[in-house]
Design a protein around this ligand. Structure first.
Ligand code: SF4
Ligand code: SF4
Length: 251
């Protein structure tokens, strides 16, 4: 008879759908507790940054400066933004002996662990039970239950909107040499507090027609402002008619 370990290890190679079952329970009693928060590459999404900087109560500018590495990628307009591990011990800056200090706002990749998502929408285990002892525990989940429990859904929703910006850029290998446009796109996606300043302290609102409700929403909510930013990029780069220029707009 197969035990939890052998079932999970077999699943490591298998591509799984949301109704697949796997066994997993992570808790402080395990010898590996917090080991997976060290020397890992965590790519941060724009929504990850909003959640983390608000959890830490700092500006997005400060967060980028203190906690990230920005990696420009050849042929890609949008660089990768990685969570920076501590220099001395390579641990995540948010780990403590009690676990994750930003647990309620941890990034998408941390919520997914020990699963990974492929481009075709299937899942697989990315670590085996010799390293991740939680895979030897008896608690059984369907993948859909696990994702809901981990609070992945709002992250996925925002990532879908983000991919509507990144996928056309990758598909068309759009070359934009203008450094100001590159900086603007980066700011809209990753530096939400600077983007808010841009919207509310420049001539932006004199140039585009926005309803009072829309203005209030983006003033008060970072996620709403990010969604607005995705539309702004789609308008500016792909010519989608998501904004209306005011008739008497300043040049
Ligand atoms: S390695 Fe697995 S079981 Fe251990 S702390 Fe990380 S997620 Fe939990
Ligand atoms: S953010 Fe939290 S869960 Fe993610 S690597 Fe850091 S300490 Fe671990």
């Amino acid at each position: 008879m197969l035990n939890a370990t052998s079932v999970n290890n077999r699943k490591q190679k298998q591509r799984m759908t949301p109704d697949h079952l796997f066994k997993f329970h992570c808790h402080p009693g395990l010898p590996c507790f917090t080991h997976c928060c060290q020397d890992v590459t965590i790519v941060l999404t724009p929504y990850d940054i909003i959640r983390l900087k608000n959890n830490l109560d700092i500006s997005s500018d400060k967060f980028l400066d203190k906690y990230t590495i920005i990696l420009p990628k050849e042929k890609r307009l949008i660089p990768l933004v990685l969570l920076q591990m501590n220099e001395e011990d390579k641990k995540c800056p948010f780990i403590s002996s009690d676990g994750c200090k930003v647990y309620s706002d941890r990034p998408w990749a941390c919520r997914m662990f020990p699963l990974d998502l492929a481009d075709d929408g299937t899942f697989r285990l990315i670590i085996d039970s010799s390293l991740c002892k939680g895979l030897n525990e008896k608690t059984e989940w369907s993948i859909a239950e696990w994702l809901a429990e981990q609070g992945v859904v709002p992250y996925d929703d925002m990532n879908t909107l983000f991919s509507q910006v990144t996928q056309p850029l990758q598909a068309e290998e759009m070359k934009i040499e203008n450094a100001d446009i590159q900086k603007m796109i980066f700011m809209v996606l990753y530096n939400i507090d600077k983007f808010r300043e841009f919207v509310f302290k420049s001539t932006f609102l004199d140039r585009f027609e926005l309803s009072d409700v829309q203005i209030e929403k983006i003033k008060r909510s970072d996620p709403e402002l990010l969604k607005f930013g995705f539309d702004w990029i789609k308008f500016g780069l792909f010519g989608q008619l998501l904004f209306k220029v005011k008739e008497k707009s300043p040049e």
